[in-house]
Design a protein around this ligand. Structure first.
Ligand code: 9D3
Length: 262
């Protein structure tokens, strides 16, 4: 039995869409390294009728179709058991759903604790509520906008999760360096060569070689941009006196200074 593997199984009618996560990038490398096992389970493979039906009309009428409980539960149970044989852990079954708890960094971190994850991606109008009642531990939404199904949401969650697992990122870009992980602030601006591009120069401090001044400038940019763009995030952050000084010195992107609070 393998140790230290995180098994993520996605229950989906569109497995080829979900497996795009495994080709390339940080998540692809994590799979190649054996840190994560990603698999898909298709309810259609568990359908028992001649046409492999997985959806039916909603009781009570109305538009669209609903995923039938039979093939879906069989696929979820198959996924949970396959993950158990990889991890020896009990599953957490997550339904990607517009009615779910909205995904954020905190929830991603919570889910990295679960070695056996089954992500259920719905299609049509959704899944039969009795599947939610009997199989789903948690419902997760990725935000207040309408997708065509749960697959992209499951991929978003899988990507965010995998990059937090130990050994996935090199220390040059460790997960702790991420925006929202460095005490909940937005990232600072980045520059690379050339020094002059389309009439715009690189902020001189970044060319100064003064590492303390560079760190201060980056911190100031993070603080200032967070205050400008996502002020609500600052309510969750404890600012040092130095932070408050840097924030007071911050100049907006339009060159104007922050208006002083009255
Ligand atoms: C237009 C259909 N809507 C009728 C009022 C309901 C609806 C059903 C199925 C809306 C979206 C979906 C498919 N979405 C997901 O499966 C989904 C989702 C999303 O749409 N937004 C944010 N997070 C998620 S997680 C899964």
């Amino acid at each position: 039995m393998e140790q230290d593997v995180n098994a993520i199984a996605v229950v989906t009618l569109f497995p080829e869409l979900v497996m795009a996560v495994s080709s390339g990038g940080v998540t692809g490398r994590a799979i190649d390294k054996g840190i994560v096992a990603l698999s898909t389970f298709n309810p259609r493979d568990y359908a028992t009728d001649r046409h492999r039906t997985v959806d039916d009309r909603p009781y009570g009428g109305g538009p669209g179709m609903v995923m039938q409980p039979g093939p879906l539960v069989a696929a979820i149970d198959g996924a949970a058991e396959a993950n158990r044989s990889i991890t020896s852990c009990d599953p957490l079954v997550v339904y990607m759903s517009p009615q779910g708890r909205q995904l954020n960094h905190q929830l991603v971190i919570e889910l990295t604790e679960k070695r056996n994850l089954v992500l259920v991606a719905g299609r049509y109008e959704g899944i039969d509520e009795r599947v939610v009642n009997t199989r789903i531990d948690l419902e997760v939404s990725i935000g207040d906008f309408v997708l065509s199904g749960g697959e992209l949401a499951a991929m978003v969650l899988a990507d965010a999760l995998v990059r937090q697992l130990p050994g996935v990122l090199g220390h040059e870009s460790s997960a702790e360096q991420d925006s929202f992980a460095v005490d909940g602030l937005l990232d600072c601006p980045h520059y690379t060569r050339p020094e002059l591009f389309n009439g715009q120069v690189v902020p001189p401090v970044l060319l100064s070689g003064d590492h303390a001044a560079i760190a201060d400038w980056r911190r100031m940019q993070s603080l200032g941009r967070t205050k400008q763009r996502r002020p609500e995030l600052l309510n969750e952050v404890r600012l040092t006196r130095k932070d408050q000084q840097l924030l007071a010195l911050y100049t907006n992107e339009d060159g104007s200074k922050e208006p002083e609070p009255k």
